[in-house]
Design a protein around this ligand. Structure first.
Ligand SMILES: NC(=O)c1ccc[n+]([C@@H]2O[C@H](COP(=O)([O-])OP(=O)(O)OC[C@H]3O[C@@H](n4cnc5c(N)ncnc54)[C@H](OP(=O)(O)O)[C@@H]3O)[C@@H](O)[C@H]2O)c1
Length: 261
């Protein structure tokens, strides 16, 4: 039997990109999905397009307001069992520190960091009670290597890896698996949706992401790592895949590279 067969999987960011591709592959693998993002209509279209739509449910939440999101999730899900939480929703950034409002840093932290913490804290007590569960967060190579124009995104994605490391240490004795996924450049809407200095969306693609691997390939490699209960995996190709390795063993080279890019 495959790892996902019959599992109840709560997947955020399911309306687009990596999350949408994961939803399709998880449904094919026999998972029962709770599909989350802000856009209820889009999520409903996604649900209807999946194998066995009757097995899946839509839960629209805005993770930029984590407390409200959890209150809503609590009233919709109640005591429903969650076997696997995949914190995939996220927003990137394209703006220099000097040009970026503090409110944009807060928004990035709410979605990319506090959203993860809030949903994890929501599912964790039941998982510990059942001595069974798996929590996954899609961080980024940007959670290991800081680059220009992404200072807030880097901060949130670095932070969330630390949170996941701590979660892994605290839950090992309870039989909970904890996985961090670190994608490199993936061809999705992430650049288009990324925040600029005043909080508005960039609204155009970025050649780095457009030149990356497909969302389907990223989802396939991520789900393989999740099924193997890996602690941390880098998913991508080329320089973005190599960057965390270089950062660890040749940090000076990485510092020079990112200052020039
Ligand atoms: N693409 C890359 O190169 C890359 C690289 C490294 C890491 N990542 C990470 O991969 C994850 C998925 O990104 P993607 O590339 O698939 O980008 P994407 O196509 O822009 O998808 C982002 C997803 O997050 C959801 N989302 C955004 N803001 C939200 C909010 N406030 N509340 C709830 N959901 C929200 C979006 O849905 P709605 O708009 O419907 O809310 C969408 O489903 C993110 O965590 C991203 O940081 C991506």
């Amino acid at each position: 039997m495959n790892y996902f067969q019959g599992k109840s999987v709560w997947l955020t960011g399911a309306s687009s990109g990596i999350g949408l591709a994961m939803a399709q592959q998880l449904a094919e693998a026999g998972a029962h999905l709770i599909l989350t993002s802000r856009r209820a209509d889009t999520l409903e279209q996604v649900r209807l397009s999946l194998q066995h739509p009757e097995r899946h449910q839509v839960l629209a939440l805005d993770l930029s307001q984590p407390e409200t999101a959890v209150t809503h999730a609590q009233s919709e899900l109640g005591d429903q069992v969650i076997d696997l939480l995949i914190n995939n929703a996220g927003v990137s950034q394209r703006s220099r520190i000097l040009d970026t409002d503090l409110s944009v840093y807060r928004q990035l932290m709410e979605i990319d960091y506090f959203g993860v913490v809030a949903l994890t804290k929501f599912v964790l007590p039941r998982m510990i009670e059942r001595h069974n569960g798996h929590i996954v967060t899609v961080s980024s190579v940007a959670g290991k290597v800081g680059t220009k124009l992404r200072s807030g995104y880097n901060g949130a994605k670095f932070g969330v890896i630390g949170f996941m490391d701590s979660l892994r240490a605290e839950t090992a004795e309870h039989g909970i698996a904890v996985t961090s996924i670190l994608p490199g450049f993936i061809n999705t809407q992430v650049a288009h949706n990324s925040l600029t200095g005043d909080g508005s969306a960039l609204g155009k693609p970025d050649p780095d992401n457009a030149g990356g691997i497909s969302a389907e390939e990223c989802a396939r490699l991520s789900l393989k790592a999740i099924a193997a209960q890996k602690a941390e995996v880098v998913v991508g190709s080329g320089v973005s895949k190599l960057a965390p390795f270089l950062q660890r063993f040749a940090p000076g080279i990485v510092r020079r590279m990112v200052a020039k890019r």
